[in-house]
Write a new protein. Sequence first.
Length: 480
Amino acid sequence: MAQCKVVHKPEMKEAARRNKDVINATYKNLVVSDKMKDIAKNRTYFIRTYGCQANIRDEETIAGILEYAGFKKANQIQDANVVILNTCAVRENAEDKVFGEIGALKSLKTKDSDCVIAICGCMIQQKHIVDIIQDKYRQVDLLFGTHNIDNLLNLLEEVYEKKVRVIDVESKMGEVIENMPSLRLEKYKAFVNIMYGCDKFCTYCIVPYTRGKERSRKMEDILKECEDLVNKGYQEITLLGQNVNAYGKDLHDGSSFAQLMENVTKLGISRLRFTTSHPWDFTDEMIDIIAKYDNIMPAIHLPVQSGNDEILRLMGRRYTSKQYKELVDKMKAKIPNLALTTDIIVGFPNETYEQFQDTLKMVEYVQYDGAFTFIYSPRVGTPAAKMNDNVTDEEKHKRFDELVKVVEKYATIKANALVGKTLKVLVDGASKKNKNVLSGYSEENKLVHFVGDPSLVGKIVKVKIKESHLYSVIGDLVDD
Ligand code: 5AD
Ligand code: SF4
């Protein structure tokens, strides 16, 4: 049995630490050792990503680093020499899936003892998870965290050369590392990180512990990346952060998210999106900029989590239902054709049925175009996980079903309202079954299907909608 070298293990207290220091960017020049080049030659990798866009962007960086060293992408997980599971910790069911997958990967190791299994991402930033994997899942060779992706090649070299298992997962506030290679998964749409981490510490959420302190990239570095994407023919950029509204606050150089958006629009990108926004610090200036520029898409994801003031207070969300509604009213008044989506949690500890009804009322008030709905999942080490909960699982599931019905009612109404309208669609690709059935997203972020020539992929076309479904609409191509 291979020995285990533990460099760092995560630690909740350290993960929660914050100071006011400005985190300066590190411009790193990735160096590939001769040994690593030798290891990478004739070897393949496969990355499976769970969770949010931040993880997808991490996958692109990990793939970029591996290809830079000489690894090639395997077509399927069974053929890969290096398998990486890039994990999510937001809810328990995401973690259960990963444990199932690690179990299944054991057969790869039996088939090919040279195969390296690595796990990274938010789930691994929790000590109890690292302990379980170290003790019970000995087929796993490498655990690395969200803060040391840039060190991946050194860690892999150690696993291959010394034949040891390596655990290097540190809890820290984190850095801003620039210049890492990246292999973008899509050709016309790109994610661009504008900041990392989160300082909001909503009481149910593990993210501030797994991803560290809120830290912004420098405006000029972001603009350089966006300009490069425009020059390469990208049509859509999504600016990414746990809470993009907070962009720039930590830099103390006057940078703000509104200003960043305005600067990116001026680079000539056809479509600009952003995610996610916290309702607490969404400024009027941001609303004005979104309204002013046609290339900023009228689609805002604005997680509400609950419609009840007491639950919002216990969640540490920093706004009341009245303040949230006022913000929505302002957005709707200023931004034409605005599509609003949200995240909602049901069954927060001790939520009463009456409090839950306030959430339904919120959905009725806002009439969301769509919502991601979740049953509360206690996360080890968060304040909410320490609250004694008197609501049964059965009751939580009943409320969840009730909520989904109301969400779907309004999503259907919103989708029906698109029938007869002509939408601008960025064509993503053709259906696997029929290459003339194309699909893409409208400006409002609605999935649109229509018949067209595959040469339209990557272009923005007009589609007149004739039929609506809950999660997509169908239409006909309109000639310009
Ligand atoms: N339980 C359930 N849902 C959660 N989310 C975050 N933490 C939890 C949790 N502990 C949801 C929130 C957040 C989305 C990304 O995931 O709604 O906005
Ligand atoms: Fe989690 Fe709240 Fe930060 Fe979102 S804003 S990542 S819900 S702590």
